[in-house]
Design a protein around this ligand. Structure first.
Ligand code: 1CP
Length: 354
């Protein structure tokens, strides 16, 4: 494989020295970019973008052609796994994800297959290898999957939810059924991420977007335990390089010490915690990724710069920080403001790496 021209993202994840703090944005390929909206229109819809490796590659590279980002992230979705389990994923224009079939009983869960990464999700593996080839060593490629709990909420609710009524009722009424679902999802995610790593993903991130909706006790038992299981089953070195693992629980700020303990390399932080305090709490165990409030990108470039400076100062000197937003960039952001954000991170961080 081609040598990496810019590896500061991988180096910071592993706490190796860097020249400036690396930066990427969750959801960096997406609706705030006019070129993304044009590609989606020519593909027809969102899932056609995901299922065609050429289109997936095209939109993955769009933000890299605009900005000096330090990593690319596979263009896909966390819901490819429930789709491959036979749930029938679809998107109505302007609406969130929906499933044709939902899961509500133990029998439904017992009947769910564990997808084979190559056979059932081959289009994702093809997208990863196509993107790696096209990147030609520019920056590392991140693979990803949803956490078992986050995926389970979509499968039980049949789509997005504000209160997680059905999934939480199942958790409390029928914990045995929920555990079986989470166990099947953990197996599926492990083989899916290992497939992405073997296809060329150089780091992987687990998105636990809805872990923060749980009580502390339920989080440990129904989300964190399964992420621990996944992390312990992942391929951690490929092609002569370590493959770092990032775990991101949105709303997980109260539980950083226990998340730092599951064997991942990096914790993703949302914007509600102070990154300097987080650094003290986790010590040298893990590196940190985050954590600017994505809505700061609605403000003027000078305000964005100030907020970047504040976060860099809070983290302080040395490696172990990958700059990111505390959650995905939103569709209404002006692309010029995203550019100001990335430029500010590189410019203002050099002083912390002397
Ligand atoms: O074009 C469109 O209208 C579709 C919007 C869209 C996009 C751009 C969806 C539907 N998914 C994606 C891509 C996507 N999803 C990526 C691509 C890589 C990147 O550039 O970052 C990633 C990493 C995801 C992950 C994802 N999908 C998560 C976890 C991250 C998060 O934001 O918390 C979740 C929860 C989903 C489900 C999903 N898919 C799409 C939407 C709108 C949603 C969220 C719905 C909800 O809020 O419940």
């Amino acid at each position: 494989m081609t040598a990496l021209k810019n590896d500061r993202f991988l180096r910071a994840l592993l706490k190796q020295p860097v020249d400036v703090t690396p930066v990427w944005m969750m959801r960096q390929a997406g609706r705030y970019l006019p070129e993304y909206r044009a590609s989606r229109a020519s593909a027809g819809d969102f899932m056609s973008l995901c299922k065609n490796p050429q289109f997936a590659c095209e939109v993955t590279l769009q933000p890299l052609d605009r900005y000096p980002l330090d990593a690319a992230i596979l263009f896909s979705d966390i819901l490819t796994i429930p789709d491959a389990m036979g749930q029938g994923l679809y998107f109505e224009t302007g609406e969130g994800p929906r499933f044709r079939k939902t899961v509500s009983t133990l029998a439904d869960i017992e009947a769910l297959p564990i997808p084979d990464a190559q056979q059932d999700l081959g289009y994702v593996m093809d997208a990863v290898s196509t993107i790696r080839r096209e990147l030609n060593g520019r920056v590392p490629l991140i693979g990803f999957a949803g956490s078992p709990w986050t995926l389970a909420t979509y499968m039980v609710e049949g789509g997005s939810s504000k209160d997680f009524r059905k999934s939480k009722a199942m958790l409390y009424d029928n914990p045995q059924a929920m555990h079986l679902l989470l166990d099947k999802l953990a197996q599926s995610v492990t083989s899916y991420l290992n497939g992405q790593i073997l296809a060329g993903a150089q780091a992987v991130q687990i998105f636990d977007s809805w872990g923060g909706s749980l009580s502390s006790a339920a989080y440990q038992e129904f989300s964190l335990a399964y992420m621990r299981k996944i992390v312990s089953g992942l391929i951690r070195e490929n092609d002569g390089r370590k493959v770092p693992v990032i775990v991101f629980t949105k709303g997980g700020g109260l539980w950083l010490e226990s998340i730092a303990d599951i064997g991942a390399d990096t914790l993703g932080l949302d914007w509600t915690c102070d990154i300097g305090e987080a650094r003290q709490r986790v010590g040298s165990k893990v590196s940190l990724q985050g954590n600017m409030d994505p809505t700061v990108l609605y403000a003027r470039p000078e305000a964005i710069r100030q907020e970047v400076a504040r976060i860099l100062a809070s983290y302080g000197s040395g490696t172990g920080h990958v700059f990111n937003l505390g959650h995905g960039i939103t569709p209404e952001v002006d692309p010029a403001n995203a550019g100001a954000f990335i430029e500010a991170v590189h410019e203002l961080s050099a002083q912390y790496h002397v």
